[in-house]
Ligand binder design. Structure first.
Ligand code: FAD
Length: 349
């Protein structure tokens, strides 16, 4: 089966939906291809207790504010409901269970080859996120360890760790939130590169977004950005606060290697461990773009705005700040999606 459309969007998570919201206002023909069997992108796989950093009012895609108001931090389930309803509300043409294997240049456009067919198109927007490429550091002895190893990408609930000796590795928000719940049922130790930097209780995603927006606007207008106040990294969402009040947020510096039964600490002490949960981040999922030869040694693609420098009919939306300020967030991706679609419409006119 081969279909022809003006634009193929690869990935139907929040970034793909935001691009779709603006594409439907253009006369272009387009489709969103998504590998999963239901809406929500990465949120389908988040752990069940995951909380947003900002209240619903400040965690919304373009056009429609997430229900939930300004006080509570929405749960993963609420975000999934919102993204499902968003897709339906705007009748976005998302084709599911379609995994794109490769994008090839063809004539003035591309041939997008997926497991469920081929699409010929004039422009491609890649919005495949990072969740399918979890990163685990190359710690000596990691393959020898006989206990359980799990990345946060596959962690769902703390139940399986009840009564176990568990290391939670990683000093970001995933590490803090997972430690908070695992430490309620297990003998949990938090392993971080440096002392974790907790934000004051009154700071959440709203404040961080506002601060970053002020810097962004200043740069756009050719002004000196306001001095950045470094307040910390970890947002004190309610489960993390509860863990702090229990005294469960202590941390230690990393072990130097792993053994069959545990880990060895810098002072040479060996400690038995049942499980290690790696909360050590993600890399962009860009394998499908390999035939275009646009990816650099760090696994990123040089962009101007969201447009590939080496392939001017390829745009990248979501992923992280390198594809636009705050574009990996629900509230930030709308801005890059709008600019992306404006460029595509101008290019294909
Ligand atoms: P994804 O949601 O990963 O969607 C990409 C889609 O593309 C997926 O459905 C995937 O299956 C599909 N795909 C991938 N490869 C292919 C392929 N080759 N062919 C077809 N389909 C493909 N964000 C916020 O805005 N607010 C928050 O408060 C917030 N809190 C967070 C808290 C934690 C602890 C964590 C870990 C993340 C948080 N995030 C938050 C970030 C957010 O979860 C992600 O940044 C977001 O899901 C990325 O959206 P995306 O659409 O770019 O990618």
């Amino acid at each position: 089966m081969t279909e022809h459309v003006d634009v193929v969007v690869i990935g139907g998570g929040q970034a793909g939906l935001a691009v779709g919201y603006y594409l439907r206002r253009t006369p272009l023909s387009w489709v969103v291809l998504d590998a999963q069997d239901g809406p929500g992108g990465a949120w389908r796989h988040g752990w069940h207790g995951l909380r947003l950093f900002s209240p619903a009012r400040f965690s919304s895609l373009p056009g429609w504010v997430m229900p939930g108001g300004t006080d509570d931090y929405p749960s993963r389930a609420e975000v999934l409901d919102y993204l499902t309803a968003y897709e339906r509300r705007y009748e976005l043409p998302v084709r599911r269970l379609v995994r794109v294997d490769a994008v090839h240049r063809e004539g003035n456009g591309f041939r997008v080859v997926a497991d469920a067919g081929t699409w010929r198109t004039r422009a491609v927007v890649s919005a495949t996120g990072t969740w399918s490429r979890p990163f685990i550091p190359d710690v000596p002895g990691r393959d020898d360890f006989q206990g359980v190893q799990l990345h946060s990408a596959r962690y769902a609930t703390p139940d399986a760790f009840a009564g176990k000796r568990v290391l939670v590795v990683g000093g970001g928000n995933s590490g803090a939130q997972i430690l908070a719940e695992v430490s309620r049922v297990a003998d949990a130790t938090w392993v971080t590169l440096a002392e974790p930097a907790f934000l004051p209780d009154w700071v959440d995603g709203r404040y961080l977004f506002g601060q970053a927006t002020a810097a962004y606007r200043a740069l756009q207008e050719g002004r000196e950005p306001p001095p950045r106040v470094e307040l910390g990294d970890i947002v004190m969402v309610p489960p993390v606060r509860e863990a702090r009040d229990r005294g469960a947020l202590g941390s230690v510096r990393p072990f130097v290697r792993m053994t069959a039964g545990g880990v060895v600490w810098p002072d040479g002490r060996e400690e038995p461990v049942d499980a290690v949960i790696w909360c050590t981040g993600f890399r962009p999922a860009l394998d499908h773009l390999r035939p275009l030869d646009v990816t650099d040694a760090e696994g990123q693609i040089a962009v101007e705005g969201t447009r590939s420098v080496r392939e001017p009919r390829l745009w990248l939306v979501g992923y992280g700040n390198w594809t636009g300020f705050a574009s990996a967030t629900l509230i930030g991706v709308g801005r890059t999606a709008r600019a992306t679609v404006a460029e595509i419409a101008a290019e294909l006119a």
